[in-house]
Design a protein around this ligand. Structure first.
Ligand code: HEM
Length: 377
């Protein structure tokens, strides 16, 4: 699948070449949304979204993304109601996504499925994985209500609705989370020029070694970039609160009892900023996640992707798309805060994900010698 993300990296390189001289200033979140949508469109739906094409018309995927991550107060209240009282939420006939989303994605995906004759192809994208499931007709998995020693199995029929809904979840979970992390990473690097220089040196060295080619190994060969992304997710975890429902009465070794049905809200943002786990918690120090220092992290104090069996399934995918984007931007540009961009972020209280109130505007200034780091396709 990496070759598809690599191609999106090449499109981002071209898009930046065209976009930056035109406007001089770049709003990082909308830029990164276009890029991550292209990655998801290509790897999940097997289509070119054209999100990074410069046209006057608004891209339909960008519009769908805005509907899903609507930050209005009404939507915010709905989300809180669903997190705290899910039974009431569904009894009132409320839905997480609007019907518009269902209709759009169903018609899009049924077209893609039909084009592939409802059978996996050599493309090896997510649609192929989903179509492979369809051929099985039924899937068997572990029941959520199983206690660890007594695993019950459940069987589900593979319907078109089930397949389409998997693709929608991947679209929604995949583009916004990575775009948000990328724009916040650039924000912190713009404020911390020394860290930015160290990240650029690592990128330049990687491209020299790999003859300007993007290869899968970039996810392990750039430890400082990885540390910058981890430190960004510590400061700005995409999901600031993770919710779990207790499925069986349980007593912790400490004696704390939790009863079946209780909902537990884990304050990820708060834990990530506790000074006893992360000294100077509000400061951007990628070194916490670099080299031997990362062995000192206390387990379960840093979990931007969640933990346990429901941990983010897109973790590896997100590493691929975020690393490629960081290489693509930093190999050519020095990133600085544009005038008016605040030096401390405040967040929108009605948004589902960590969403800064302010636009993240940057100046992208071409670096000396960038011509030697143009991608080889
Ligand atoms: C920086 C990027 C990302 C972050 C920080 C992130 C974070 C998370 C978190 C915290 C969860 C909830 C885990 C839990 O409940 O314990 C989650 C779930 C999930 N993520 Fe991600 N994610 C990212 C990227 C992605 C990508 C790229 C994809 C797909 C391509 C993806 C797909 C999913 C899916 C399918 C779920 C499960 C949703 C569900 O169970 O309802 N994520 N993610």
């Amino acid at each position: 699948m990496f070759y598809l993300i690599g191609k999106c990296g090449h499109t981002l390189e071209k898009f930046l070449d065209e976009e930056t001289p035109m406007f001089g200033m770049v709003e990082a979140k909308s830029l990164m949304i276009k890029y991550t949508m292209d990655c998801i469109g290509s790897c999940v739906f097997g289509i070119e979204t054209g999100a990074m094409e410069i046209t006057k018309q608004k891209n339909v995927f960008v519009t769908m993304g805005e509907i899903i991550f609507n930050t209005s107060k009404f939507h915010g209240y709905k989300l809180v109601c669903r997190a705290i009282w899910p039974k009431i939420f569904y009894a009132l006939g409320l839905k997480y996504y609007s019907t518009e989303i269902d209709i759009f994605f169903k018609s899009l995906l049924m077209g893609v499925f039909e084009k592939r004759n409802f059978k996996p192809t050599a493309r090896q994208d997510f649609v192929d994985l989903v179509l492979a499931l369809k051929q099985k007709k039924h899937i068997i998995g572990d029941s959520l209500n199983s206690k660890s020693m007594d695993i019950k199995k459940i069987e589900m029929e593979v319907t078109d609705d089930l397949l389409v809904s998997q693709c929608i979840v991947f679209f929604a979970a995949g583009f916004e989370s990575s775009a948000s992390t990328l724009s916040c990473a650039l924000y912190e690097l713009a404020k911390n020029q020394e860290a930015q220089r160290q990240a650029q040196e690592e990128v330049d060295e990687y491209l020299r070694r790999r003859n300007n080619k993007l290869v899968y190994e970039c996810v392990t060969e750039l430890p400082y970039i990885e540390a910058c992304l981890n430190e960004t997710m510590r400061l700005y975890p995409v999901l600031p609160v993770i919710t779990r429902e207790v499925v069986e009465d349980y007593t912790f070794p400490s004696g704390l009892q939790v009863d079946k049905g209780v909902r537990v809200h884990l304050p990820v943002y708060h834990l990530h900023r506790r000074p006893e786990y992360f000294p100077e918690p509000d400061a951007f120090h990628p070194e916490r996640f670099y080299g031997d220092a990362k062995n000192d992290l206390k387990p379960y104090t840093f979990f931007p992707f969640g933990e346990g069996p429901r941990q983010c399934i897109g973790l590896r995918f997100s590493k691929m798309q975020t690393t490629v984007a960081m290489i693509t931007v930093l190999k050519k540009y020095n990133v600085e805060l544009a005038e008016g961009t605040p030096t401390k972020l405040e967040f929108c209280p009605s948004a589902f994900l960590t969403h800064p109130n302010a636009a993240l505007n940057f100046k992208f200034i071409p670096r000396d010698g960038w011509e030697q780091r143009v991608y080889v396709k």
